[in-house]
Design a protein around this ligand. Sequence first.
Ligand SMILES: [Zn+2]
Length: 188
Amino acid sequence: MAVLRLPSLLCLLLLSIFTTTSAFLPLIIGSRAIVRRMATAATPKSELPKDEGGWRAILNPNQFAILRQKATEPGGYSESTPGALEYELKKAFKTKNPKEGVYTCVGCGAPLYKASTKFDSGCGWPAFFQGIEGAIKEVPDADGRRVEIVCANCDGHLGHVFKNEGFSNPTNERHCVNGICLRYDPAV
Ligand SMILES: [Zn+2]
């Protein structure tokens, strides 16, 4: 009997491992999606949502709050929160600044920043010294002091750009971008 029981127990054990793994699979995929290769063609302006309900249907609440309502993620959020951009980059690539690839807009898929322009500013948000040509629009912030940056394709709020702060990068600019607005594509 003992000989017969062993395979049964083994099967049960394997089955339980399999079902446990299956149950968590969507979560694992969900947390890694931020750095998985996606179809990165930008949604044409004519096909973008026309109202708040349309945007809420394709963005999660945090993405909606930032891109459409100009909220700001907490400092350090991207690097310290599982599922967030820089946290997942460090997990997948052992660095939050991989040199290959491109960052795209989570609202419309437009390529916004080359990975080679990302740098560590120490400010608590993802930082870039240059947007892809024509991809970023600069507009005066409502606060009358700062310069807001938005996606030129979907007008989604990204963050702010600060100039002449003394960073030793090619432009002396810091595009301070909410990580929630970006998706990383390593293959572009
Ligand atoms: Zn966009």
